[in-house]
Design a binder for this molecule. Structure first.
Ligand SMILES: Nc1nc2c([nH]c(=O)n2[C@H]2C[C@H](O)[C@@H](COP(=O)(O)OP(=O)(O)OP(=O)(O)O)O2)c(=O)[nH]1
Length: 131
């Protein structure tokens, strides 16, 4: 089974809301919520990959921090190693360039969204984590 490594950003604002992104119809896993990010390219450092993906997808600059959750999920046709990292916003305002929608949501409400299955362990951990 093909396995890809994906890095995803956990970004919180001053109200302790988490940035959630809705995958568009043109993306794989359409209409599912995710933490924005993308595939790590060959030879690329995971933090560089995440900072690049966020610049491309959200037109803002972030600094990737510590790993929050690292989990492999098997979809029907491929497996995703999803590495979720805490990030800080350095410059700009996250703007949806590829996603259908962006949403800042208090942690307690995260499970009201339909998440990509690979994200659920990280979402649940985030809901349990003290702010
Ligand atoms: N970015 C991101 N992808 C996720 C998450 N959860 C999850 O299952 N995925 C899946 C969806 C995609 O199959 C894959 C990441 O692909 P992507 O489409 O975001 O990455 P990309 O921009 O590098 O790739 P591409 O669509 O241009 O081929 O991982 C998540 O939280 N964030």
């Amino acid at each position: 089974m093909k396995k890809i490594t994906v890095v995803a950003a956990i970004l919180e604002n001053e109200q302790e809301e988490v940035l959630c992104a809705l995958r568009s119809n043109e993306m794989s896993l359409p209409n599912m919520w995710e933490f924005p990010g993308g595939k790590v390219e060959e030879g690329e450092d995971m933090r560089t990959a995440l900072e690049r993906e966020i610049q491309e997808e959200l037109s803002c600059q972030i600094k990737a921090g510590t790993i929050f959750h690292d989990h492999t999920h098997e979809y029907e046709s491929f497996a995703v190693r999803l590495i979720a990292l805490k990030v800080d916003l350095v410059r700009g305002v996250p703007t949806a360039k590829e996603h259908a929608k962006l949403l800042w949501l208090p942690k307690d409400y995260l499970l009201s969204l339909q998440w990509a299955p690979a994200d659920l362990p990280a979402v649940e951990r985030l809901m349990d984590a003290p702010s």
